[in-house]
Structures are given as structure tokens and as C-alpha cells.
Design a binder for this molecule. Sequence first.
Ligand code: ZN
Length: 334
Amino acid sequence: MTRRNKVAIGIDLGGTTFAVGVVTPDGEIIARESYDTPRSEDEPLALAAVASAVGGIMEQETLKPPDIFGVGIGIPGPVDPETGIIKRAPNLPELDGVNAVEILSGGMDFAEEGTKPILIGNDAFCATLAELRWGAGRDVENLVMFTLGTGVGGGIALDNEVRRGPRQIMGEVGHIIVDPDGRRCGCGNHGCLEAMVGRDGMVHRAVRLLEKGLPSILRERAGRKHEKLSPRVIAEAAQEGDELALEVMNASGHYLGIALCSCIVLADPDLILLGGGIAAAGDVLFDPIRRTVHHRSMISGFDVEKIVPAELGNEAGTYGAAALIIDELTGDEP
Ligand SMILES: [Zn+2]
């Protein structure tokens, strides 16, 4: 392979599965494999598995060390990209405080003695970078991304770079306070966006409305103890016109809209992207968000059509981890 054809390897590490992908500088995934994440209470087994999966995919694609730029890895939690240390991984606590770069270098022959860069990033940072380079944000330089799932993550890109700030918290949009008297958040605060529209927040709202006795198809779909309720089940019922489910989606859209208004005046984005499972719900989510922004973002005149779904879906993490490497080597432009 010539240098022009070199590739980066991107890893998206999650608490239950991880994916390894081979990505070209143009943003094409030429191979991607998923594995279960091995767990241990006190050993960083997941990182050993990642290192061996990198070796596996290189062998499968007949890639030699000179063919790759380096290895990027997205971590589900806050990291220090300078030192390679994982600060905290709520779903993989055995990795708390572990130096991921050191362990990965030790597990990959070709990466010994710093001959190939190994970089780590927070997963929401990686997803934002991926959308900025190769996804819905590829034609703009300034964007805010929200990733909606069990929690709410995000990222802010300014002047074509995803920013994190000196304490690595810029873009933690899940902890924007949208209701000072609202539910308690995992961070200890009350009324963070994540507490209001994360998985638990949405399910809690639906359960409260069901317990009021309002009619809803969710009553038969929720299970006896509401154990089958999830944002996806609620969104599907809303798409079918269920009033109670629509009320939950409207409330979620309202709180998201409030958070978006804050982001608009802080970051002046060209585009706002919504990613994560529930972002696929379409109008039942986007309509109330756009309504709220339209009514409450008077000063900005922000065009609500610029609030759009992210494009890379489940692969955003793999793309973004590879983009850490490609950005490092090529500057701002992919
Ligand atoms: Zn919080």
C-alpha cells in the first residue's frame, strides 16, 4: 500500500459490546467487526480483547503495520486524551483510572515504543467528530450534537474542531439544567436534561401518566410492572397516535428544545444534530423540539429546519475513533 491508501483503525468500546473498524481517510469503513465486551471485576480485560481484535482485523484485511496510521478508541465515559487515562467508565468500572493507551500499546506488537499513535476520546466526542467529518455535519464548521440514549451526551464543534475545554466538560449537554425543580440526575443535580429525557426520565413520565388512569395502548405493552416500557416503545406508540405517548414525547421535545435554545446562544451553531436511538422517532420528537426553539429562541432567529437527525447511526463511534487519528495526522481537514 502507498501512504495515500493508508487506513486508521477505530474502536467503539461499550459496556456490552465493542466494534473495531478499518476506516480510510475519506471516511469509508472497509471492514467492521463486533464482539462481546469481556468483563472482570478488577482487571481491564476489555482492553486486552480490544488489542487482540485489532490484531485480528489487521490479519483478516492483510494489513501490515506500515499500512495503518494508528488506532483510535472511543470510551464510554470521561477521559484525559493527553495522558491516555480513563477517568471514569460508569458501565465498565474496572477501567476507572486505567491508562488505556499504555495497556493497548503493550497488547499490540506494532504499536510498541510509540511507533504508531494510539489516541483515546470520549464516545460522545467521537460521535460528534464523526458527524462533523463524514456525517450530517460535513458541510458546516459549527455544530452542536445531542446523543440521546440511556443518558444524554453530546459535543460542540467550533471552526471545524470538536472542543472539550480544559476540564473536558464542554459539550456535556446532558447536564444543562432544564427544570431547576426537576428529577434528580445521576450527577447529583436536579432537573438536568439527562434526568428529564434520558431513558429513566421518559419511562418515569409515562408511568406517572399511566397511573393517573389515562387511556393508552401502552397499558398493554408496558408489562405488569411497566418493565417493558422504553423510549422506543413510547415513541412507537406516539407514531401510532397514542395520546399519552404523544404527551411524553411532547414533554421530552419541550425540554430538549429548552436545552437547544441555550446551546444556540452559547455556540451559535450552523446545525444541531440529534443522534441515538430515539432520534429516529421522527416528527413526534422533532416537531415539539422545533416548536419550542421557534417560540423561545427569539434573539437568534435560528432556522428550526437546521435541527436534523445525525446520519452515521451505530457506526458513528467507530468512525469517530478513527477520525481521532486521521485528524491528528492531517490537521483539520480529513
Ligand atoms: Zn446532571
